[in-house]
Design a protein around this ligand. Structure first.
Ligand SMILES: C[S@@+](CC[C@H](N)C(=O)[O-])C[C@H]1O[C@@H](n2cnc3c(N)ncnc32)[C@H](O)[C@@H]1O
Length: 276
């Protein structure tokens, strides 16, 4: 939804914007090209290197490796307080899913079940969680994307498998998921368990929950906060903080046809209003 994001940001030349999830810099580039200044934050150093190459040398764009949970500190260090817009395009990029060595996708059973966005900063891999968590912790992890009975079933399967052999690869998880009833016939049976693991490994919900009020504080009056969400837990966090405020948009059928990731995307646009 790049076009819609850019439209809703109402970009103004020489004004400041923060892209809290740079990825491969698709949105960042569009903002820079409109003559605005961007501070881009990206947790994954590999992704940031790709973004830097794409953007090239530009005095209007600063890209930093960091986690958006620290958006307040990073913004201050770079002189980006009182900004006109902030974008969160949550989750991982298509490039992450296509990178068959990192364990994000069920398409490469040989891959290590890792899923960390930053291997230097994060010590715990997805496989560690499966090998070490207690039953109740596993159930809690899987209920982020599965109903309770499916989460219980899967947790029991994890525990009986790991008693036989350490869980290490995506293929190990695929075996464990065989026969899982997710209630979502169109999805591969491992998609929701993989999503739950990714959310846990990267503390995705907690990071977003803590970043959201910090981001709102950085906006000037009339500034826009735009969040692209991909599952209901992310929407719940926005609703907790903003209630029904703002506008919600969904991708067109044409966009869904072009980009599978857009299938479950929603865009929330919130404008900062200060009560006088
Ligand atoms: C959906 S992609 C963004 C794609 C981007 N809008 C583009 O146009 O290429 C989300 C990106 O956010 C990064 N990310 C996820 N959680 C993050 C966090 N807490 N802090 C900073 N970056 C994060 C991911 O590594 C990923 O590259």
């Amino acid at each position: 939804m790049t076009r819609e994001v850019i439209e809703k940001l109402h970009l103004k030349k020489a004004h400041k914007y923060i892209d809290a999830t740079v990825g491969t810099a698709g949105h960042t580039l569009s903002i820079v090209e409109a003559g605005a200044e961007v501070l881009g934050i990206e947790a994954d150093p590999e992704m940031l290197a790709i973004a830097k190459k794409r953007v090239g040398k530009s005095k209007n764009c600063k890209l930093v490796n960091g986690n958006f949970i620290d958006i307040d500190i990073i913004a201050k260090e770079n002189g980006f307080t009182q900004v006109s817009g902030i974008l969160f395009d949550l989750g991982v990029s298509n490039l992450h899913l296509k990178d068959l060595s990192r364990g994000f996708s069920f398409e490469n059973p040989e891959a290590e079940l890792d899923m960390r966005l930053n291997k230097e900063a994060q010590g715990v891999k997805a496989s560690d969680l499966l090998n070490l968590l207690r039953r109740d912790q596993l159930i809690e992890l899987f209920t982020q994307t599965l109903d309770l009975s499916a989460a219980r079933w899967l947790s029991s399967r994890v525990i009986s498998e790991r008693e036989e052999k350490k869980i290490e690869t995506v293929g190990d998880l695929l075996e464990i998921c065989k026969g899982l009833k997710t209630g979502k016939k169109k999805l591969h049976e491992a998609t929701l368990p993989l999503l739950a693991l990714r959310i846990a490994v990267n503390s995705e919900l907690d990071n977003f929950k803590k970043a959201l009020p910090k981001a709102y504080d950085l906006l000037e009056e009339g500034g826009k906060l735009i969040v692209l969400t991909f599952h209901s837990k992310e929407e719940e966090i926005i609703n907790e903080f903003f209630g029904k405020k703002g506008e919600t948009l969904t991708p067109s059928d044409e966009e869904i046809g072009r980009n599978q990731r857009a299938r479950s995307a929603k865009m929330r646009v919130i404008e900062k209003r200060v009560n006088k």
